[in-house]
Design a binder for this molecule. Structure first.
Ligand code: SAM
Length: 263
């Protein structure tokens, strides 16, 4: 116990971190070429440590896992970590410091605001990896990604909450919240589709928006399911780095049932 807040997470969080660490590992040779001119960015970092639900097991949060993975072979020149809640950013910074990772800046606030501050301070010649891991669709406005994509050499690994989309897609459409996540959906999606078709149509439109920003979006979308095989989230890699998608293909679980019927 270090006195800081911990999150309670499903066991699948370990899976998410495994993929993040693997991506950081296989992109380390590319990062090394930048000789420390690189950054890791998280806008929804959480407190940096979690306990698995119904288990005593503690795991590092994604920012700490990423920082440690970087240290192993090619450390990030700087880490930028943000969260809505300053208790989380303070806790995450402290947990990084416990691991001797101190090249860290923290930002408390909504991602759409912190992203602007972070991007203003980024080196245009550096290699960047951003990990976006919100709980909900509403917390991931497209403006966040658009802002990140203005930076050359930015790879973005995005957690899209499939569970939220499946449960709430119609409500998100009615309330207008979907327009923040996937602007312009109204012109592309027939609202009379079945719920599961709506979800895929929204996802497909969102991926097209990423491509319109000039990002290469991996076709290899990870669809992660829970213990009862319930759909949880998609992990999507979008980037400028020519090797980003190749790396992601290596990380991805390409078992047939994990692949999506993407349009
Ligand atoms: C899934 S948790 C992050 C977990 C973390 N990435 C990990 O794996 O250890 C999502 C975090 O997003 C934060 N959050 C929610 N809405 C936000 C927003 N609009 N902007 C920034 N952070 C937000 C929450 O406080 C929460 O800590």
């Amino acid at each position: 116990m270090d006195g800081f807040r911990r999150e309670i997470v499903g066991s699948w969080a370990q899976d998410k971190h495994k993929r993040l660490r693997h991506y950081i590992d296989i992109s380390s040779a590319a990062r090394r070429k930048f000789e420390g001119n690189s950054s890791y960015i998280e806008l929804y970092c959480g407190p940096g440590r979690s306990r698995i639900k119904d288990q005593p097991t503690l795991i590092e949060g994604s920012a700490v896992a990423a920082g440690l993975e970087g240290l192993r072979r090619a450390p990030f020149g700087h880490l930028h970590i943000g969260d809505l809640d300053s208790i989380n950013t303070d806790a995450c910074r402290a947990r990084l410091a416990q691991q001797q990772i101190t090249n860290v800046s923290t930002y408390a606030g909504r991602a759409e605001e912190t992203v602007a501050t972070i991007v203003r301070g980024l080196s245009k010649s550096a290699l960047h990896l951003a990990f976006l891991d919100p709980y909900s669709i509403e917390a991931l406005p497209f403006t966040v990604i658009r802002r990140l994509a203005t930076v050359p050499r930015m790879d973005v690994l995005i957690h899209v909450s499939l569970m939220d989309l499946q449960r709430n897609v119609k409500q998100l459409m009615r309330s207008g919240a979907l327009s923040h996540f996937a602007p312009g959906w109204e012109a592309h999606i027939d609202t009379r589709l079945r719920n599961d078709q709506l979800v895929l149509a929204v996802f497909s439109h969102w991926r097209m928006l990423l491509r319109e920003l000039g990002l290469k979006v991996s076709d290899n979308v990870e669809r992660v399911t829970g213990r009862k095989n319930q759909p949880l989230y998609w992990l999507v890699l979008a980037g400028f780095h020519p090797l980003a998608n190749q790396f992601w293909d290596e990380v991805s679980n390409t078992e047939p049932q994990a692949r999506l019927p993407l349009g």
